[in-house]
Design a protein around this ligand. Structure first.
Ligand code: ZN
Ligand code: ZN
Length: 281
């Protein structure tokens, strides 16, 4: 359902933001739930929990629990450690993703985030909940990767927050919404090495209530796991505040092939490492 409020929107930013949010809320309520595929928009034969048609569902590359990196959850043929986890310190205990971030998955998530389609979180949240149940993790509460207030106002929502809210609806795991904040936008990361990027990121996240995280096992939700730098930075912030451990759950995980420079170097290293030839890149 399309609702256009653009022409009527008054010029002040606050009112514009209000209408943007209002539009999202309306779409969330009126978008025909469970009857259209959220990818191709085809009518579904019946109301269903996961709003994908059979054709789109068959194209998604789901990650099996025993065929991924045992630390970061990137899809592999085995459950060994991936090269990125062998060479980089991981602050989270375990990370897992529902599917590989390529093809349909990447288009879907980009639509969800940038094309103002918050209702897509319903299906993603259910997929996250199913994955969580299959993993048997014990956590005290769930939270999500925050974005800056400025970014949230611009986009109208934080996609990770929506995912965590849907996850909560489907699992009943306690949801902490404001436990972690992102203070400032992270500087352009592309030219920096892994360690500098980490340091840069780490400084931008802040735990708001240390008492609530002390000794706790925390589940952190985000849309995509790429290098793991964001998950690492948030996990470190929680651990510095006294958390026992952090688990990370995302909708999709980037295939190791399309990661940054360090990973290209790692790919070269991989060629001479026979033991790792079973990995899918
Ligand atoms: Zn479809
Ligand atoms: Zn890994």
């Amino acid at each position: 359902m399309k609702i256009s409020l653009e022409e009527k929107s008054p010029k002040t930013n606050k009112v514009k933001e209000f209408f943007k949010k209002f539009k999202s809320v309306l779409e969330g309520i009126f978008y025909p739930a469970n009857i259209k595929c959220i990818n191709c928009n085809v009518d579904l034969p019946q109301k269903q929990e996961i709003e994908f048609c059979e054709n789109c569902l068959s194209k998604l590359e789901f990650i099996e629990n025993d065929k991924c990196c045992k630390r970061c959850g990137a899809k592999l043929k085995t459950s060994n450690l991936c090269l990125a986890c062998k060479s980089n310190k991981r602050e989270f205990k375990l990370a897992r993703s529902v599917m590989v971030y390529d093809g349909i998955a990447s288009r879907l998530i980009k639509n969800f985030k940038y094309q103002n389609k918050p209702y897509m979180s319903r299906t993603f949240g259910k997929l996250l909940a199913k994955k969580f149940v299959s993993l048997n993790w014990k956590v005290d509460f769930v939270t999500f990767v925050p974005i800056t207030k400025k970014k949230e106002k611009k986009r109208g929502f934080n996609q990770a927050r929506l995912l965590a809210e849907e996850f909560y609806k489907n699992t009943g795991v306690q949801l902490e919404k404001d436990i972690l904040i992102k203070k400032q936008e992270t500087k352009e990361q592309a030219s920096l090495g892994f360690k500098d990027r980490q340091e840069n990121l780490r400084k931008s996240f802040k735990v708001t209530n240390k008492d609530k995280v002390f000794g706790k096992s925390i589940l952190l939700i985000d849309d995509v796991f790429t290098t793991g730098a964001t998950a690492n930075a948030c996990s470190l912030a929680f651990k510095k505040a006294g958390a026992k451990e952090v688990f990370v759950l995302t909708v999709a995980s980037t295939s190791r092939k399309i990661l940054g420079i360090e990973d290209k170097k790692q790919d070269e290293k991989l060629e001479s490492d026979n033991a790792l030839k079973s990995l899918i890149y």
